[in-house]
Design a protein around this ligand. Structure first.
Ligand SMILES: Cc1ncc(COP(=O)(O)O)c(C=O)c1O
Length: 299
């Protein structure tokens, strides 16, 4: 078991860090060379407090989850009150008021008839659920072989095996994981006439094997904050309609006001067939995600 190298930013690491760090495997990190992680003991608003009392401004708000700041009193009170009553209860044959209220409120806030909410526990899983719903949509219509996905360079949709397959091929390490992840169609977003024509032609040839097109609307977040216009999204919706392919919008990063409207797709005036939500959904207090489908898909 290797102990992480000392961190020049920490003078005197607390005992729990020195003892626990060799057992802790951090995400996106080469553990052999990374310095000891910074010990956080408290949060408040935009700030993290370290064990030695120093304060840091968390400019990434815990990977975009703490959208209202840490320890927001309203969220804290709601979570505490709920814990006093009952914690998580499975939705297997059971229902409870918070799940019903949240599903109803999400349906009211989302555009169009996105009104059928499937809850899960992480963004990646909600995207996997969207992919499975899309595949099953075609199975239920008696259409065989529509199991592949079109996604875009620069995209990021998660780190589980299926979601990796629709991420940017370099960032998603498609070459390294060849054989372990499904091979999808990774295209260019239709951001100009030439790329639109290329995608149009591509879907014309491959729609019969495609379950859905998947993208992050307006901003590809983890892929480097790459923006595209609402026009591009409108084009994407039109191409999906023309070729009879479902459109999945991954609003895990953009949802809940991140781009100025409640959901990014509103700026293009389009409604996806399936949308995924997470991150800001709980203000970063717990793991929760939702996959929401339109009436057509649900039925
Ligand atoms: C657009 C998008 N989709 C999916 C995910 C995966 O979410 P999670 O980390 O909760 O699995 C992320 C996480 O950054 C994301 O930004």
């Amino acid at each position: 078991m290797s102990v992480p190298p000392p961190n020049p930013l920490i003078n005197d690491p607390p005992a729990w860090l020195a003892e626990g760090a060799p057992h802790l495997w951090l995400p996106y990190t080469q553990m052999q060379t990374t310095p000891m992680a910074l010990p956080v003991v408290k949060t408040d608003g935009v700030r993290l407090t370290l064990a030695d009392g120093r304060e840091l401004v968390d400019g990434i708000s815990s990977w975009w989850t703490a959208a209202h700041g840490y320890n927001h009193p309203h969220i804290r009170e709601a979570v505490t009150a709920q814990l006093e009553k009952m914690p998580h209860v499975m939705l297997g044959g059971l229902a409870h008021e918070p799940a019903c209220r949240l599903a109803t409120r999400l349906s009211e806030k989302l555009p169009g008839d996105l009104a059928h909410v499937f809850f899960s526990e992480s963004g990646s899983v909600s995207v996997e659920i969207a992919m499975k719903i899309a595949v099953q949509y075609w199975i239920n219509q008696g259409k065989k072989g529509r199991t592949r996905f079109v996604s875009f360079k620069g995209g990021y949709h998660g780190d589980t095996l299926a979601t990796m397959s629709v991420c940017d091929p370099d960032e998603g390490m498609h070459t390294l994981f060849k054989g372990a992840i499904a091979e999808q169609f990774i295209c260019e977003l239709p951001s100009d006439a030439e790329k639109t024509a290329a995608l149009d032609t591509f879907l014309g040839e491959h729609a019969h094997e495609v379950a859905a097109v998947v993208t992050e609307p307006l901003v590809q977040g983890a892929g480097g904050m790459r923006f595209h216009s609402p026009e591009t999204l409108k084009t994407l919706r039109a191409l999906c309609d023309r070729h009879g392919v479902l459109l999945i919008l991954d609003e895990i990063f953009t949802g809940f006001g991140r781009t100025g409207t409640m959901f990014a797709c509103e700026q293009a005036g389009i409604v996806p067939d399936i949308v995924t939500l997470s991150k800001a959904l709980t203000g970063g207090t717990m793991a929760l995600a939702a996959t929401v489908a339109t009436a057509r898909v649900y039925e």
